[in-house]
Ligand binder design. Structure first.
Ligand SMILES: Cc1ncc(COP(=O)(O)OP(=O)(O)O)c(N)n1
Ligand SMILES: Cc1ncsc1CCOP(=O)(O)O
Length: 507
């Protein structure tokens, strides 16, 4: 049976408003689009629990919605409910499964990676992850997970099974939770809600509000169509155009060595740079922003960077991290760890030394420069794909070849010119370009490839200019050629050298 977990009502009759009944509240919620109901009645003795269960079952059957019983396998069996929900202190899953058999639904409450993977290994049908936030409905024993904690559980599940989040969820924070906890292809399948529905003066209307926003969010999770390299090149051309037509705003918190070049590269592509580091205006900026770039070069403003990342994520904007010098000092290692833990990154874009060291694959940074990739292409492929998978984002590793992965596919951009390495901040400019494309691309992988094709092809075109004699003239020509591509995006079609490395072969 395919179960729709999206709007999961969990009951609590102590919260029902005075002028109505639990059954009326459940029916109203079903009319508003509740997709599954759990009867959770902590104070009821067995007899009355069964009696109520039979009444609720008659209701849920009319709406073709499954009925789950909280904790009590005996009640579930007595009324032939569709399944049970058990917590960590309830009957162990293995025994519950033996008693109920393979066809009944068993959901398990989990708080962390271990509990999730144990439940999956023991045959849970779905997981209830929580508590996400504080709640007055239940005394919770462990501190709330927050959105990041939910994302960690989703990302670290050995095998994806359906998941719902629970605890403190209301219409006002539901979208933020659904979007903020998603990572790569993993996302929540639904929200389990007690008080926001059961205590509502109009459960039908409340559920319609939840359903509407869930439909929108699920629409945005549609899996991207797997494109071949020539389709990605065509998409890149379209994205260059879109960038120019829409002029997205790209907020940079970057280093003071490259700030001017970053802003100019952004402008050359038709986007709008803003280079603020002041925490006072992060909220206002995020409201009108389209993408955020964090660049660790001079490594000031770390708290502002993290705040900006979290604020932009709440607004649904992509966040790109350039982990300049990652691995060069302990301070930088610690800072990168903070970014990974506290931010929801869309893209990490660094040079070989930075990415290899973040992936524990041998990279070193001397200052901000990259030192070597002794493992060759196979090592690069493993570094980008593992780092991407473990952090639920896209990873770009630049160098003579640029390796780009979302954890399931790896692309190599073979364009570029060695002169790039002779001007300071060319990598940072590439990050700005990638951030600009994130602002207009629905798929971060395609946005990252498009950005890297654009800057590397621009570098090749720059070196063909007769006036370019060395790093100084190259730097100006590079900006000019970004502008040329912005006006003639089809140049990407004639110059792109993009290949895909099948992951199965390299892993
Ligand atoms: C869908 C869902 N997720 C989690 C819970 C919490 O269950 P449990 O940990 O057993 O706590 P109680 O509900 O028994 O207080 C749930 N009920 N439903
Ligand atoms: C049963 C349960 N388990 C973790 S939090 C919670 C209660 C959630 O209730 P509410 O949706 O009213 O915050």
């Amino acid at each position: 049976m395919k179960v729709d977990y999206s709007l999961y009502l969990v009951t609590d009759s102590s919260l029902v408003p005075k002028n109505t009944t639990l059954l009326a509240q459940i029916e109203s919620a079903l009319q508003g689009g509740t997709t599954i109901v759990q009867l959770r009645e902590k104070e009821l003795e067995t007899g009355p629990f069964i009696a109520l269960g039979l009444q609720v079952k008659a209701l849920t059957q009319r709406y073709h919605v499954p009925l789950i019983i909280n904790d009590r396998l005996d009640v579930a069996q007595a009324i032939d409910a569709d399944g049970v929900h058990i917590g960590q202190d309830d009957m162990p899953l293995v025994q519950a499964r033996k008693i109920l058999g393979p066809t009944k639904i068993i959901g398990v409450s989990v708080y962390n990676q271990k509990e999730a993977n144990d439940a999956i290994a023991n045959g849970a049908d779905y997981l209830g992850i929580g508590a996400v936030w504080d709640t007055s409905t239940k005394k919770i024993k462990r501190s709330p997970l927050g959105i990041q904690g939910v994302q960690d559980v989703l990302r670290l599940m050995d095998v994806p099974i359906p998941t719902v989040a629970i605890g403190g969820i209301h219409v006002s924070n539901a979208q933020e939770l659904m979007i903020g906890s998603a990572s790569g292809t993993r996302h929540l399948d639904g929200l389990a809600i007690v008080s926001a529905i059961i205590a509502s003066s109009d459960p039908k209307q409340t559920c319609q509000a939840f359903s509407g926003l869930l439909n929108n969010v699920f629409g945005s999770f549609e899996p991207p169509i797997a494109l071949d390299t020539s389709s990605i090149v065509e998409k890149s051309i379209k994205l260059v155009d879109l960038l120019k037509q829409t002029g997205p705003m790209v907020h940079h918190i970057t280093n003071y060595v490259v700030i001017n070049d970053n802003a100019n590269a952004t402008l050359a592509l038709g986007a709008s740079p803003i280079m603020s580091t002041n925490t006072e205006e992060i909220d206002d900026l995020a409201a009108v922003n389209d993408a955020l770039l964090l660049n660790m070069g001079t490594l000031n403003d770390i708290d502002a960077m993290i705040l900006a990342a979290q604020t932009n994520t709440r607004h649904g904007h992509p966040v790109v991290l350039d982990p300049v010098g990652a691995g060069a000092t302990q301070f930088r290692k610690d800072t990168v760890a903070r970014f990974l833990k506290e931010c929801n990154l869309s893209v990490i874009k660094g040079n070989g030394g930075e990415i290899l060291s973040m992936a524990n694959r041998g990279g070193r940074s001397r200052g901000v420069d990259s030192v070597g990739n002794n493992g060759g292409e196979a090592n690069a492929v493993l570094a980008v794909s593992e780092l991407a998978k473990n952090n639920g984002c896209v990873v770009v590793m630049t160098g003579p070849m640029d390796y780009i992965s979302d954890g399931t596919r790896v692309f190599v951009v073979e364009n570029g010119h060695p002169m790039m390495a002779l001007i300071t901040g060319s990598g940072c400019m590439a990050s700005s370009v990638v951030a600009c494309f994130q602002a207009v691309s629905e798929d971060p992988l395609i946005g990252a490839v498009a950005g890297m094709l654009t800057i590397t092809i621009a570098s090749e075109l720059a070196m063909k200019r007769p006036e370019v004699k060395g790093p100084g003239t190259f730097r100006a020509a590079l900006l000019d050629e970004l502008y040329t591509i912005s006006n003639s995006p089809e140049l990407i079609r004639t110059h792109a050298r993009l290949r895909e490395i099948p992951l199965a072969r390299s892993n």
